[in-house]
Design a protein. Structure first.
Length: 250
């Protein structure tokens, strides 16, 4: 099995890559972070690529095609974007957030589709978010992009299904890690609360009263890339401990 994980050098992406490596898959990882790429284990096919750069993405997929093709795409590139009320968000910040989260997924799917069609099979896994299911206060560009990722996934599932290709979206909830630490700090400042109170509020908004880990999300990606999920397509699957309240409170 050959797998590409975009933004795979750290966080959820790295956990996905590690999960597929553990199954014996040949894993390719792309990322913009040179230092994170340098820290990856020996033997991984690591490439420094901006997920929003079409020329670079086209070249990456051409290289993958020459190496034998692609079975699984995990289009995982994303950024948190600004934490602010809609009226306080700058257009350039909106565009930057939407570009990475949505256009990055689009470009990955655009160039993965022909490789998978040629093989007559494949699995595309897009990383959305619970913000793409419920919307989210103070995170308008992120929520809008993640909703759009789900629309992209549904369309891919319909277009590519006749070719034996599946498409699904994973919606992580609050995932422990550096990216959410930044979100916590900004929300705490915006709401006049402590970081710990905001952190507890996220857990309180789930039925399981918990955050999730990158490995929890990666486990779902590995399942969706496997033969065990061969009849699962067009689905939005939350890995979030069951979000009850999309506006975390204490």
């Amino acid at each position: 099995m050959r797998v590409l994980v975009t933004a795979g050098a750290s966080g959820i992406g790295r956990a996905m890559a590690e999960g597929f490596v553990a199954t014996g898959a040949e894993v390719w990882v792309s990322d913009v972070d040179r230092d994170a790429l340098a820290a990856l284990p020996d033997g991984w096919n690591a490439r420094q690529v901006d997920a929003t750069d079409e020329v670079a993405m086209r070249a990456l997929f051409a290289e993958i095609a020459q190496a034998g093709g692609l079975d699984v795409l995990c289009a995982n590139a994303g950024v948190a974007g600004p934490t602010a009320l809609v009226e306080d968000i700058q257009l350039e910040d909106w565009r930057a957030c939407v570009s990475v989260n949505l256009e990055g997924a689009f470009l990955a799917a655009k160039y993965a589709a022909p490789l998978m069609k040629a093989a007559g099979q494949g699995s595309i896994v897009l990383t959305s978010s619970t913000a793409g299911i419920y919307g989210y206060p103070n995170r308008a560009p992120y929520a809008a992009a993640k909703w759009a990722v789900i629309g992209l996934m549904k369309t891919l599932a319909m277009e590519l299904g006749p070719f034996g290709i599946r498409a699904n979206a994973i919606c992580p909830g609050a995932v422990e890690g550096p990216r959410m630490e930044g979100v916590l700090a900004r929300e705490a400042a915006l709401k006049g609360m402590s970081r710990d109170a905001v952190h507890e509020g996220y857990a309180a908004g789930t039925s399981m009263r918990t955050w999730v880990t990158a490995e929890d999300v990666a486990n779902m990606a590995v399942f969706l890339g496997s033969e065990a999920s061969r009849r699962i397509s067009g689905q939005v699957i939350a890995v979030d401990g069951h979000t009850e309240n999309p506006d975390p409170k204490v």
